[in-house]
Write a protein that binds this ligand. Structure first.
Ligand SMILES: C[S@@+](CC[C@H](N)C(=O)[O-])C[C@H]1O[C@@H](n2cnc3c(N)ncnc32)[C@H](O)[C@@H]1O
Length: 182
C-alpha cells in the first residue's frame, strides 16, 4: 500500500493529504490464520491535486480566530472512522464497502450543494451512489460490469437491497427478473 501511495505521489498530479483508519465491525483473517493479526482496521488514502494541497474544500468549521494574527482555528476531526464493512454480502461483488462509511467520508469532503457532483469510477453495486442519494448529492459512476450497473440502477430507483446470493435475489424478485437483468 505504501509503495502504491508513493508511486501515485511521484508519477501523477496527485498527492496524499490524509490517511484515515477505518475500523470495521468484522475482520479478516481472524480465526483461520496462525500468524497474522486480526485486521480490524483498513486505511483510506485521501488524495488531492498537488496544487490544491492547502486549498481544497473540506467541511471543517472555524471554531475560533486569533485576535492578534487573525488566524482561523478549525474543529478537531480525528483521522479515524468506525463504520460497517458493507451493506450485506452481495452475490455480485465481494469487495464492496458500506453506505455508512461512504456517508461519513462524503460528509467530510463533499460540499453539500446542488452543483456538487461525486464521481465513482468503479461503481460496482452503487454504494457510493446510494450514500449520495441519502445525502442529496449528485453522483455519476462508471462500471464495467453491466450486471452490476443494472443492479445499482435498480437499487437506487426501486430500492432493492443487497442480496447474499442470486437465488434469494431472484426468488424475492421473481416477477421482476426480466426487468432486473435485461
Ligand atoms: C471494489 S469494486 C467496487 C465496489 C463498489 N464500491 C460497491 O460498493 O459495490 C471495483 C469495481 O470496479 C469495476 N471495474 C474494474 N475495472 C473497471 C474499469 N476499467 N472501468 C469501470 N469499472 C471497472 C469492477 O467490475 C468492480 O465492480
Amino acid at each position: 500500500m505504501f509503495k502504491c501511495i508513493s508511486d501515485i505521489c511521484d508519477n501523477t498530479p496527485f498527492i496524499i493529504s490524509d490517511l484515515i483508519s477505518w475500523k470495521k465491525n468484522l475482520s479478516s483473517p481472524n480465526a483461520v490464520s496462525p500468524n497474522k493479526l486480526t485486521r480490524i482496521v483498513e486505511y483510506i488514502a485521501v488524495f488531492c491535486r498537488k496544487e490544491e494541497y492547502d486549498t481544497f474544500y473540506m467541511n471543517k468549521k472555524v471554531v475560533s480566530k486569533s485576535k492578534n494574527r487573525g488566524q482561523n482555528y478549525y474543529e478537531n476531526i480525528p483521522n479515524y472512522i468506525e463504520a460497517e464493512n458493507n451493506d450485506g454480502v452481495c452475490f455480485l461483488n465481494r469487495a464492496t464497502y458500506s453506505t455508512e462509511l461512504c456517508e461519513k467520508l462524503l460528509s467530510l469532503y463533499a460540499k453539500i450543494s446542488d452543483s456538487t457532483f461525486v464521481y465513482d469510477p468503479f461503481m460496482g453495486t452503487g454504494t457510493t451512489a446510494n450514500a449520495c442519494k441519502n445525502l442529496k448529492l449528485n453522483c455519476i459512476g462508471s462500471e464495467i460490469s453491466k450486471e452490476q450497473c443494472d443492479f445499482a440502477e435498480k437499487r437506487l430507483t426501486i430500492g432493492v437491497e443487497v442480496y447474499k446470493d442470486r437465488e434469494s435475489y431472484f426468488g424475492e424478485n421473481e416477477h421482476k427478473k426480466e426487468e432486473l437483468f435485461v
